[in-house]
Design a protein around this ligand. Structure first.
Ligand SMILES: Cc1cc2nc3c(=O)[nH]c(=O)nc-3n(C[C@H](O)[C@H](O)[C@H](O)COP(=O)(O)OP(=O)(O)OC[C@H]3O[C@@H](n4cnc5c(N)ncnc54)[C@H](O)[C@@H]3O)c2cc1C
Ligand code: FES
Length: 537
């Protein structure tokens, strides 16, 4: 499978693979912060969440500045598959158990409102981003209980979602029995949408600074790694993984890698629809990986079928055919079994933050005593809508307007009695996986065998290092200790990154942060070991 790769140091995207969205519509903005400024609200993160918060605040007369340390969409938004759904990943029957019938209704209503809001913004701002309302089909994974669809139908109806049981699923050449049909879901081209949001924000007087890392978050604003400050009355942390919470949030949510392939289909070969299975219930993790499929326009002759899944906890893919790189083969085999798909032209992976209790954390940052630090994290696989909900909820909180979703998404909530099993199992599995796979004494001599494009952990003078050999044969050394809570990172040979198995922080081979909760780079050591180049013949 020959698909597109891009050097990680370009930071146009958080990994070596380039998604369909970033390849066909990369962000055009490039303006770093070059002086200290003052504004009403500073928003950290140029993904869908940060930009939607910024857009709504601009609309309501609040002066904003967005800072993004890569480029627009270079985080998870550029790596999404952009299904816009009210058929939530975590199933309404589970959400009802945790939040009750009223809570499930509010969750359903907020996601429906998010799709409506996206549609309205697209119309108001004339954003051409291939937005469509289409039907979605949820079918049973062979490992799931037969009554799961009936339970979901009943709970979704109670939550106010339109849904019906159907016998036939259009577009699939392998039918998996009955399915739930969810009408009026949505899809779009995320990078076209984000570029449109940026244009609207700039037109309304908002400021956007790319290649600007928010290094310090202080009481009255932020300071960039270049030493420039943005003073602001309100700070919104929309960094996907939280960078202002060391323990509270990283322990309540779990980072999973998810994989995507996009293959050719003749125009009109598949109906426009979304398809999802109910997840592999034989999987060891408490969070069940599932498949998600849609199509998108490609060229005059072909569309692309975009298929995702084969998730695993970050840094813990496992060996023997289940490593990061092998996940695409499994995904391709599953997709070919169910859909007509030709040559694969894109593949990429990304990171999803699964919360212990099914919904995102959106609101005031826990421990914020100054009433001006807000956050959004925990996308739970529905980050397009959760990010948009943040874009409606956080501006209300900032402006002191009552919002009925506030308690549902409260970041400080801890539903131990309702979802403590997930909390315990995921945290214990992570720790166990970490200790089981943690290299104890990797011999530095193994460096001689390290192939170009690969990385390894080595121990030298009692310290552990991650060493990567680039395509020119040069070695790059980073400290192997994650800057969040000092777990040892693992090499992800697929995206050419150092991934932390504890809470999902990721770093480039030069140590730059790609995903939080870490916010500081790994120490980069190439020059500290000049002799190694001579030794390493
Ligand atoms: C493979 C995959 C498929 C998915 N499919 C779907 C789907 O079909 N539907 C759906 O609803 N959701 C989906 N999701 C989830 C969804 O894409 C994400 O949850 C969403 O894009 C996250 O948006 P965000 O704005 O919160 O984060 P991001 O897009 O990651 O934006 C955060 C930004 O913050 C920046 N940043 C971080 N730290 C700093 C700092 N200190 N200073 C400055 N900038 C900083 C990062 O560079 C990043 O660009 C999918 C996710 C993946 C990975
Ligand atoms: S992400 Fe928490 S220790 Fe690395």
């Amino acid at each position: 499978m020959e698909t597109k790769l891009k050097a990680t140091e370009d930071i146009i995207t958080s990994g070596a693979h380039v998604s369909l969205w970033t390849d066909t519509n990369p962000s055009v903005l490039s303006q770093p912060l070059k002086k200290s400024i003052k504004t009403d609200a500073v928003i950290i993160g140029g993904g869908i969440a940060g930009l939607t918060v910024a857009y709504t605040l601009c609309k309501r007369g609040v002066k904003v500045a967005v800072v993004e340390d890569g480029y627009i969409g270079s985080g998870e938004s550029g790596r999404t598959t952009a299904h816009l759904v009210t058929s939530l990943d975590d199933r309404y029957y589970k959400i009802e158990k945790v939040y009750g019938e009223e809570g499930a209704k509010l969750a359903a209503e907020s996601h429906a409102a998010a799709i409506d809001y996206i549609e309205r913004i697209i119309q108001d701002e004339h954003i051409e981003c291939d937005f469509k309302r289409i039907d979605g089909y949820l079918f049973l994974h062979p490992s799931d209980d037969e009554d799961a669809l009936i339970k979901e139908k009943d709970a979704a109806l109670k939550a106010g979602i339109k849904v019906e049981m159907v016998d036939f699923i259009p577009g699939m050449h392998r039918q998996e029995g009955k399915a739930l049909k969810f009408p009026r879901q949505g899809e779009f081209h995320i990078m076209k949408y984000l570029n449109g949001l940026c244009a609207a924000i700039l037109r309304m007087g908002g400021e956007i600074f790319t290649e600007t890392h928010a290094e310090k978050i202080e009481e009255n604003g932020i300071v960039s790694s270049d030493g420039f400050a943005i003073a602001a009355d309100h700070i919104v942390v929309a960094t996907n993984a939280p960078i202002t919470s060391m323990y509270n949030l990283p322990l309540k949510q779990f980072a999973y890698r998810s994989y995507v392939i996009a293959g050719l289909i003749h125009k009109g070969e598949a109906p426009e629809a979304l398809w999802w299975d109910t997840g592999d219930h034989d999987a060891h993790s408490d969070i069940k990986p599932y498949h998600y499929v849609r199509s998108a326009p490609y060229n005059d002759e072909y569309d692309l079928l975009i298929s995702g899944g084969e998730d695993h906890p970050t840094g813990l893919a496992g060996g023997n055919g289940s490593s990061e790189e092998h996940r695409y083969d499994k995904l391709e085999a599953w997709t070919r079994d169910h859909f007509p798909i030709g040559e694969i032209v894109y593949k990429w992976s990304g990171q999803v933050m699964e919360t212990m209790d099914c919904l995102a954390y959106i609101g005031r940052s826990p421990g914020d005593t100054h009433h001006h630090l807000y956050m959004v994290t925990g996308d739970s696989g529905n980050g397009m809508t959760h990010g948009t909900i943040a874009g409606m909820l956080i501006p209300d909180l900032i402006l002191g307007v009552a919002n009925k979703w506030k308690d549902l998404y409260e970041p400080s909530r801890f539903k131990f009695f309702k979802s403590g099993k997930t909390f315990l199992k995921e945290n214990i599995d992570t720790l166990w996986g970490y200790f089981k796979t943690n290299p104890k004494n990797t011999d530095v001599a193994q460096l001689k065998e390290l192939k170009k494009g690969e990385g390894i952990i080595v121990k030298l003078e009692k310290e552990k290092y991650g060493v990567y050999r680039d395509e020119n044969g040069m070695l790059h050394w980073v400290s192997a200790l994650c800057t969040h809570l000092k777990c040892i990172v693992k090499w992800n040979n697929d995206e050419k990154t150092w991934d932390c198995p504890c809470h999902g922080s990721r770093f480039s081979y030069k140590g730059e942060v790609m995903n939080g909760p870490a916010n500081d780079a790994l120490e980069y050591h190439t020059e500290k070991y000049p002799d190694f180049d001579k030794w390493d013949k």
